[in-house]
Ligand binder design. Structure first.
Ligand code: SF4
Length: 401
């Protein structure tokens, strides 16, 4: 049997800094025209003036995990899917400045009209999870599943936190996109395409193994033994063809570098420190953390849960630190803690700082579009197929990371 497995050197995943260069993950960090100094005392005023000069022509989106100095200029805040939809609902805005990460800006470009221009203030604002599945690796994996004789019984499901190319892959291979809120519905839909949850069909879940595992086991009732992890650096993902045949869920070996940091020990320590504390975590956390928590849900779920919480109640939150801090400030009547001892920002999201926002806005004022995100037409078309399949799923709040 011939294998189509591609050696890691030709199929770059995340590389250790300084080891080798990964041209696909180097999107460029140049700021031609001059990036303001972070120490410039006029930055806030410059951002305000540039935004005012652009008026209705610009619509600034701020992700929940974004730093405060940037979020103060957002016209709307939210998770990535909500922000992309908000942008699509503002067709009069010529420029969409996305203060989030690269895959989010791609989604905005897919969902907005051709007349709208999407700008990411810093091209280095990627997402470690999305970067853990590149399209060459996924195409290789699909061929491996075909060689193992299971591709025709496998439906690819990709989390919103993936590149446009992966969404397009799902579109052309009868798959679907999901969010952390509707992953259960999307996976059930996927199994229905291949005989149902109780049949022998499979789901290839990309790129977050934790969301895939948590959904399959805790919401669909599958067993942990039904899940295998697919490591793109190994033949058959590190499994035998027989193991792939037995599996019901094939989990891509990807994770979020923020949510993956939380440990069950953090949960135990919080409970010991504050008896009766409520543990609320995001489903991108490991299975151990999620099964040790009291509540699990998307960022929107976390926000709503704290809004509705009783004054005086105690909470420890397992999600990105900027959001947890903001929630703690917004709810001084509640006792809100962060589920980790060390700092846990989304470092790539935090690449978008005030100097980059000022640079992007002032460039637009000067008639110069910088850092435009453009998804090619074919990728857009195929990705939209997978996104439209998601939008046609039974209604459930489609909020996510
Ligand atoms: S928090 Fe995790 S999944 Fe979200 S953008 Fe950052 S690295 Fe990506």
């Amino acid at each position: 049997m011939t294998t189509t497995f591609t050696e890691p050197s030709e199929s770059p995943a995340l590389l250790l800094l300084g080891k080798r260069r990964d041209p696909l993950s180097e999107r460029g960090v140049d700021c031609p025209g001059g990036l303001p100094e972070a120490s410039d005392p006029d930055l806030v005023e410059r951002a305000r003036a540039a935004k005012a000069a652009l008026g209705e022509r610009v619509f600034i989106l701020g992700h929940h995990y974004q730093r405060d100095e940037v979020i103060q200029f957002a016209d709307v805040t939210g998770d990535s899917f909500k922000l992309a939809r908000d942008a699509a609902a503002r067709p009069e805005a010529e420029f969409i400045v996305f203060c989030g990460v690269h895959f989010m800006a791609e989604s905005a470009d897919i969902l907005t009209s051709d007349d709208q221009t999407v700008v990411l203030p810093d091209m280095a604002a990627g997402c470690s999870m999305a970067d853990m599945a590149n399209i060459n690796q996924v195409e290789d994996a699909w061929e491996q599943l075909a060689e193992a004789g299971i591709a025709d019984r496998t439906v690819p499901v990709t989390y919103m936190n993936s590149t446009a190319a992966i969404k397009a892959f799902c579109g052309r291979n009868q798959g679907v996109v999901c969010t952390s809120s509707n992953a259960e519905v999307a996976m059930r839909w996927a199994y229905d395409q291949v005989g149902g949850v109780d049949g022998d069909g499979k789901v290839l879940f990309l790129p977050d193994q934790h969301l895939g595992r948590n959904t399959a086991v805790l919401q669909l009732g599958l067993a942990l033994e039904d899940c295998v992890v697919y490591d793109p650096r190994k033949p058959y993902g590190g499994n035998t063809p027989e193991e792939l045949e037995r599996a019901r869920v094939i989990l891509w070996k990807g994770h979020c570098s923020v949510h993956g940091r939380f440990r069950k020990e953090n949960v135990d320590a919080a409970r010991e420190k504050v008896p009766g504390i409520n543990v609320l975590v995001h489903p991108e956390c490991t299975h151990e953390v999620v099964t040790g928590a009291d509540y699990v849900g998307s960022t929107e779920f976390i926000i709503k849960t704290l809004d509705a919480a009783e004054p005086g109640s105690s909470w420890v939150i397992g999600t990105e630190l900027n959001l947890v801090r903001r929630l703690a400030n917004a709810h001084p009547d509640k006792d809100i803690h962060f589920l980790e001892d060390t700092v846990c920002f989304c470092s790539t999201m935090n690449r978008i700082d005030l100097p980059h926002l000022v640079w992007a806005l002032e460039s637009l004022v000067a008639g110069d579009v910088v850092n435009r995100i453009v998804v090619d037409e074919q990728t857009q078309t195929e990705a939209r197929v997978a996104l439209d399949r998601m939008l046609a799923l039974p209604a459930k709040d489609a909020s996510q990371d």
